[in-house]
Design a protein around this ligand. Structure first.
Ligand code: SF4
Ligand code: ZN
Length: 287
């Protein structure tokens, strides 16, 4: 790799993208990446005209890359970070998102789960599921109350494909909203969600944050499960470069929304009488 030249400017290449069969230097890579994100946004109608966008940031490389890319492409985005109360991991992540918001001069909104009566560190068992419920709930509520039209999340092509394969292999329902590049609100209480990195890979995000010295927390969450399904996706990608992108491109839209109900405790949209977030709070005697 040391003697490979950038295909665009002939400078020393920092990467060779197998899926595109192209070697690029640092600055040409960043331009290339921004074009990929821009194309993805256009292709899938990720954003509508003049939408007020809030970017969900975790401090990780993917959401940090997404936020800087959106800003560079010309979108005006505010940031939302949920402090989940996961020991030093949350503290470090918060520091990263603060630096990120300074770097791109965006408003940063921080919501603390502890203000709702508990922390993720107190959850016993099925931590990620409780964490996911909490993040979705708090972000949706905040975005709606603050008048945002859409929440942008940093889901990558690997997230989509591994989710699909895992469900397929587990014999459960494969189609889920989570697989789509954009989810329209199925109720006035729900804010649209969109994935500007739908076709973008984790490696591409990592290179972009490194080439642009974008702050991010490289640590894994202490509760993160072993990424077995992702490893399968990486392995296929290694053998068949372009697999992940082709896979997400091939996913057909088949959205099926559940009947809308409202939580009898807090009034948010829920699939049952009491929403999953209030059930969690009930465990801690908060409602
Ligand atoms: Fe939450 Fe699990 Fe992600 Fe950690 S790995 S932030 S607990 S969803
Ligand atoms: Zn509720």
């Amino acid at each position: 790799m040391s003697c490979t030249k950038c295909k665009k400017c002939n400078k020393k290449a920092v990467t060779y993208l197998k899926a595109y069969r192209i070697a690029l230097c640092e600055s040409c890579y960043s331009e290339f990446y921004l074009k990929l994100v821009k194309r993805c946004i256009k292709k899938y109608g990720i954003f509508r005209k003049n939408e007020k966008i809030v970017a969900a940031v975790s401090g990780g490389k993917d959401s940090s890359a997404m936020t800087v890319a959106l800003k560079k492409i010309g979108y005006n985005v505010d940031l939302i970070y949920v402090d989940l109360g996961i020991g030093s991991y949350s503290k470090k992540s918060e520091k990263c998102v603060e630096e990120l918001s300074e770097l791109i001069d965006s408003n940063l909104n921080i919501i603390r789960l502890s203000d709702y009566g508990f922390k993720i560190d107190q959850i016993k068992g099925k931590t990620c599921s409780a964490c996911g419920v909490s993040k979705r709930y708090l972000m949706n509520k905040f975005a709606r109350e603050q008048g945002y039209d859409v929440i942008a999340t940093g889901h990558t092509a690997e997230d989509i494909v591994s989710f699909y394969i895992k469900n397929l292999a587990g014999g459960s329902k494969v189609w889920a909203e989570k697989l789509l590049p954009r989810n329209e609100p199925f109720d006035p209480k729900v804010v649209a969600r969109a994935k500007p990195l739908y076709e973008i890979s984790e490696k591409e995000n990592m290179l972009f944050v490194l080439c642009n010295t974008i702050p991010f927390n490289p640590d894994d969450c202490p509760y993160a499960p072993k990424p077995e399904w992702k490893e399968i996706v990486y392995e296929i990608e290694r053998k068949k470069p372009g697999f992940t992108k082709n896979f997400v491109r091939g996913l057909v839209r088949e959205g099926k929304f559940p009947e809308t109900r409202y939580c009898k405790i807090c009034g948010e949209v829920s699939s049952s009488e009491v929403c999953s977030f209030c059930k969690l709070r009930r465990r801690f005697g908060c409602v």
